[in-house]
Design a protein around this ligand. Structure first.
Ligand code: NAD
Ligand code: LMR
Length: 332
């Protein structure tokens, strides 16, 4: 029987596809560890509440020993009250043919009030992972509306892109996925992201020494990762869900577990000007954690002209998104 005090976790959009793949893993201990009880606060909008009732029945029916409580609500205060981790998943997913920019206006209105509610009601140790797209800028909106929550407590999810890159590189090199390390995904979780093969290691050696097909790295590899979300939407008629939930768990783990020496994980965090990225952007960087929730951007990675240009392009896109949401009055 678990003896630790339960940690409250908020999941928004809990009745959606990602929610369905995520909640059972959280309740079984895969998010915060096998001896850490959790209370789930599940936020939905009214049309999702009926489905959420069913999800809560299923959570009950699993008899998870670590699940100390679960509450479904449409009320922002109830959802975030006393929460230590908020996973902001609920938003309007991209449909076939739509780019993330199209979503800014629709989703921006969701993340401003959620940021305000986190500021007003969450626990003083709150940390937030934004999954709902466009996740970098949704995170920027929520963070900008929560002035009392330190900027380093906000994360947007580029981990799915890292995991995708890891598998594609492993397949090409004919090695197991765990031989591929040090994958930095720079910038936006969008088609401009840059999965940085130039700093990746395979079996401890530069990936570019193991995979000498530079045309593949700069061509098929890059577009496969950049377009993977769209390909999944095309194939499934719905966006990635189980792999996204898996990456959300990995993202939280990469904050509170110690990063293996010499490695790093991809997370979009607030820029303090590292690598010349404009301050304040929620930007995909290589991040290392001390295992106590303190993370830093790993500095000193080198970029050739090709990589530098890719990073410039994704930075431009995020600056454009910031201008758009400023114009909408969603961030100062
Ligand atoms: P979904 O449509 O299945 O579920 C979304 C849920 O959010 C719905 O149940 C809906 O009722 C709810 N919702 C909508 N507005 C809400 C609000 N204001 N408050 C609370 N709940 C609200 O979608 P999904 O497949 O679960 O995807 C969710 C989001 O995650 C989408 O934006 C998708 O594009 C994004 N996503 C991000 C990544 C990533 O790597 N960052 C990967 C996959 C999907
Ligand atoms: C993904 O990467 O699978 C998601 O962000 C969905 C999308 O819109 O690409």
């Amino acid at each position: 029987m678990a003896t630790k005090t339960p940690i409250h976790i908020t999941v928004t959009g809990a009745a959606g596809q990602i929610g369905y793949a995520l909640l059972f893993r959280i309740a079984s201990g895969q998010l915060l560890g096998p001896d850490q009880p959790v209370v789930l606060r599940l936020l939905e909008i009214e049309p999702g509440m009926k489905a959420l009732e069913g999800v809560i029945m299923e959570l009950d029916d699993c008899a998870f020993p670590l699940l100390a409580g679960v509450e479904g609500t449409t009320d922002l205060k109830t959802a975030f009250d006393g929460s230590s981790w908020a996973m902001l998943v609920g938003s309007i997913p991209r449909k076939a043919g739509m780019e993330r920019g199209d979503l800014l206006q629709i989703n921006g209105g969701i993340f401003k009030p959620q940021g305000e509610a986190i500021n007003a009601h969450a626990s003083s140790d709150i940390r937030v992972l934004v999954v709902g797209n466009p996740c970098n800028t949704n995170c920027l909106i929520a963070r900008s509306n929560a002035p009392d929550v330190p900027a380093e407590r906000w994360f947007a999810m580029t981990r799915l892109d890292q995991n995708r890159a890891q598998t594609q590189l492993a397949k090409k090199a004919g090695v197991s996925v765990d031989a591929v390390t040090n994958i930095a995904v720079w910038g936006n979780h969008s088609a401009t992201q840059f999965p940085d093969f130039g700093n990746t290691l395979i079996g401890g050696k530069p990936a570019t020494d193991v995979i000498t097909d530079r045309a593949w790295l700069e061509g098929d590899f890059l577009t496969t990762i950049q377009q993977r979300g769209a390909k999944i939407i095309e194939a499934r008629g719905a966006s990635s869900a189980a792999s996204a939930a898996n990456a959300a768990i990995d993202s939280v783990n990469s904050v509170w577990r110690e990063t293996p020496a010499g490695d790093f994980a991809s997370l979009a965090v607030v820029s303090n000007g590292e690598y010349g990225v404009p301050e304040g952007l929620q930007f995909g960087f290589p991040v290392s954690s001390d295992g106590a929730g303190n993370w830093r951007v790993v500095e000193g990675l080198a970029h050739d002209a090709f990589s530098a240009e890719r990073i410039r392009l994704t930075t431009e896109e995020l600056l454009g998104e910031r201008e758009d949401v400023r114009a909408l009055g969603l961030v100062p």
